[in-house]
Design a protein around this ligand. Structure first.
Ligand code: ATP
Length: 238
């Protein structure tokens, strides 16, 4: 098997005394989309936050490219190429589309690389180029999601941690967002995807983990999980 680019080993995370993760193991092979599924409060967001350093793992280890990143601060983790796109998009009001994108390049020191990345983002998302001088918060929900993804791309991610990218979007835009996620993956970015739309997530993912109460309850190839009767019953609303 290919060496995982990201390896989460026996990770336990807490909010004060509340234990949110109870010994999570996740392996992300390079070039894959790995879905993280589970009901509300299962620990999906906490898993992403722990990987990106926003929440500290109190037990266990996280390795990126063979390097232990468990204790690194979030900006160092982002600089190494593990980039978190949190739930809710977090587009800053009062800043233009372009300025919102520039915020994503704080980890990039070389101005030439920043310019090149911005040109790439505008090529991938022409609507952002058209609206580059408009206030980012005035974009539609789908456009704001593109801006959030574009801002993450400014870091030059090797692994994207996407938290519910389709949240709050109309059905057509949900499908479009999943298509964008797939295209980013095909262009070479490895993706760990938390997604409430389990059916679509399993369609684009290679492998999936199902979390329950802070533990890995189930895992397998996405195509196999999509046909697993218990998963279908629990998460696909069948
Ligand atoms: P959802 O789909 O609702 O976002 P989730 O699977 O992402 O759920 P988490 O947000 O990771 O779940 O939450 C895991 C557990 O940690 C839950 O019991 C939740 O109540 C708790 N929790 C999350 N954030 C905090 C916080 N800031 N303070 C205290 N407890 C928290």
């Amino acid at each position: 098997m290919t060496e995982p680019v990201l390896r989460v080993e026996q990770v336990e995370s807490f909010y004060g005394k509340i234990q949110a993760l109870r010994g999570i193991d996740i392996e992300v092979a390079p070039g894959q989309i790995i879905a993280v599924l589970g009901s509300n409060g299962a620990g999906k967001t906490t898993t992403l936050k722990t990987i990106s350093g926003l929440v500290r793992a109190q037990v266990g280890r996280i390795h990126f490219d063979g390097e232990d990143i468990t204790r690194l601060p979030p900006h160092e983790i982002a600089r190494k190429g593990v980039v978190h796109v949190p739930e809710g998009r977090h587009i800053l009001k009062g800043l233009s589309v372009q300025e919102n994108l520039e915020l994503g390049s704080f980890t990039v020191r070389d101005p030439a690389v920043r310019r090149e990345r911005m040109a790439d983002v505008f090529e991938r998302f022409p609507i952002l180029s058209e609206r580059r001088h408009q206030d980012g918060s005035l974009l539609s929900g789908g456009e704001q999601q593109m801006l959030a993804l574009g801002r993450a791309l400014m870091h030059g991610p090797r692994v994207l941690l996407l938290d519910e990218p389709s949240m709050g979007l109309a059905p057509k835009l949900v499908t479009q967002t999943m298509r964008i996620v797939k295209q980013l993956n095909e262009a070479g970015t490895t993706i760990l995807l938390v997604e409430q739309n389990v059916r679509l997530a399993l369609k684009i993912a290679h492998y999936a983990y199902v979390l329950e109460n802070g533990e890995i309850h189930n895992q397998g190839k996405a195509s196999a999980l999509a046909e697993d009767e218990s998963i279908v019953q629990a998460y696909l609303g069948a």
